[in-house]
Design a protein around this ligand. Structure first.
Ligand code: SF4
Length: 364
């Protein structure tokens, strides 16, 4: 068996039936090289998307993962159970666009029933949500995150290269009707593209009881040609909102949450800001990612992975898989956003110097 990609992880010692399965693997003794616990797992269920947002899928052509290489729901559930054993408390289902995966509600039902899992959510572009919201809610999905960068139809089409805003809004309202709560809207702000829409999006969210979270535009992947000038900082976003609708900080939901939250002084609604570029939060990063084809990736900006699908399809038992996840997490040293800020401050940052996995494979 080939060694795992992560340094310090050698699966050749952990082969199924090798008689060398390690013992004593528990959530209590699992910290990474910087002392961070494993608490969150983001699971991509497909690399396909029906939108073509410029910061995520800028290319004209993509090579999709072969269907046979995509993890089955049973494989995802088995791995999720092991991750929960190692300390994961929150799972988020992502894509590509996860609602393109046929029968996703069946996976939701399997994951919602996992003992020890405290939170299950889904990030979607919502274009298919109105037709799937009932089944998802019945399967046990209680909350949802919707990616939406503008509520102007023309701009929406320009940004996503799809004329689908009406379906997205219908999806949002369907999720609300079926009692999902909170419904969070994730908005990436790009200067000169949708930074003029900030107040309108705030008003839309306040009016309908959605919780909007603004995200600083980041250098995910290598294909989107990120330049720092297009990034609108947390401070600037908050200044613009505060000038019209005064806010006060209420902090992070917990110390590992990416968003800093604010409430409006008039008592109507909340917002959050994810300042990955200007105020990185790597020190509290407890997130791991599982790609649609079963690779374990630790950081959104990584180019390294550990092939868990190969392990489980090779017949590895649970102890062996646990040991591999444990070894990979223990060796983890990622702090990309902190390093990016240090490099930006010293004038040494070059966006494409480092190779990264494209966001469409990771699910954000
Ligand atoms: S840059 Fe990587 S290590 Fe830092 S918060 Fe993001 S995912 Fe975590």
């Amino acid at each position: 068996m080939e060694p795992c990609y992560y340094s310090g992880v050698d699966q050749s010692h952990h082969g199924a039936g090798s008689g060398m399965e390690p013992t004593g693997i528990t959530r209590e003794n699992l910290g990474d090289a910087l002392g961070r616990a494993l608490r969150d797992l983001r699971i991509s269920v497909t690399d396909r998307c029906n939108f073509r947002c410029s910061y995520c899928m800028p290319l004209d052509k993509y090579e999709w993962i072969d269907r046979g290489e995509i993890l089955t729901f049973e494989e995802i559930t088995r791995l999720s159970k092991l991750f929960v054993q190692l300390g994961v408390e929150e799972i988020r289902i992502t894509g590509g666009e996860p609602l393109l995966r046929h029968g996703l509600e069946n996976l939701v039902a399997q994951l919602a029933g996992l003992e020890g899992l405290k939170d299950l959510s889904l990030t979607t572009n919502a274009s298919l949500l109105s037709e799937k919201a009932t089944a998802l809610a019945q399967a046990g999905l209680k909350r949802i995150n919707v990616s939406l960068d503008t509520i102007h139809p023309d701009k929406f089409e320009l940004m996503t290269r799809r004329d689908d805003l009406a379906n997205v809004l219908e999806g949002l309202f369907a999720a609300k009707r079926y009692g999902m709560n909170p419904i969070k809207i994730n908005t990436v702000i790009q200067r000169g593209v949708n930074d003029g829409d900030i107040l309108e999006l705030v008003e839309f969210s306040r009016q309908h009881g959605f919780w909007i979270r603004f995200i600083e535009y980041m250098d995910v992947g290598n294909a989107n040609n990120w330049v720092s000038e297009k990034m609108v900082s947390k401070v600037e976003i908050l200044d613009r909102i505060n000038a019209r609708y005064p806010i006060k900080e209420i902090g992070r939901h917990d110390e590992s949450a990416p968003a800093v939250n604010y409430e409006f002084l008039d008592g109507i609604g909340n917002i959050g800001v994810i300042a990955s570029v200007t105020e990185p939060f790597c020190a509290g990063c407890t997130r791991a990612r599982l790609t649609a084809d079963g690779k374990l990736v630790m950081c959104l900006f990584s180019d390294q992975s550990c092939d868990l699908k190969k392990l489980i399809r090779g017949g590895a038992n649970d102890e062996t898989v646990l040991a591999s996840i444990h070894s990979a997490w223990s060796a983890r040293k990622d702090r990309y956003s902190e390093e990016r800020l240090e490099a930006m401050n010293s004038g040494e940052y070059r966006p494409n110097r480092r190779k990264k996995i494209e966001m469409i494979s990771l699910g954000g």
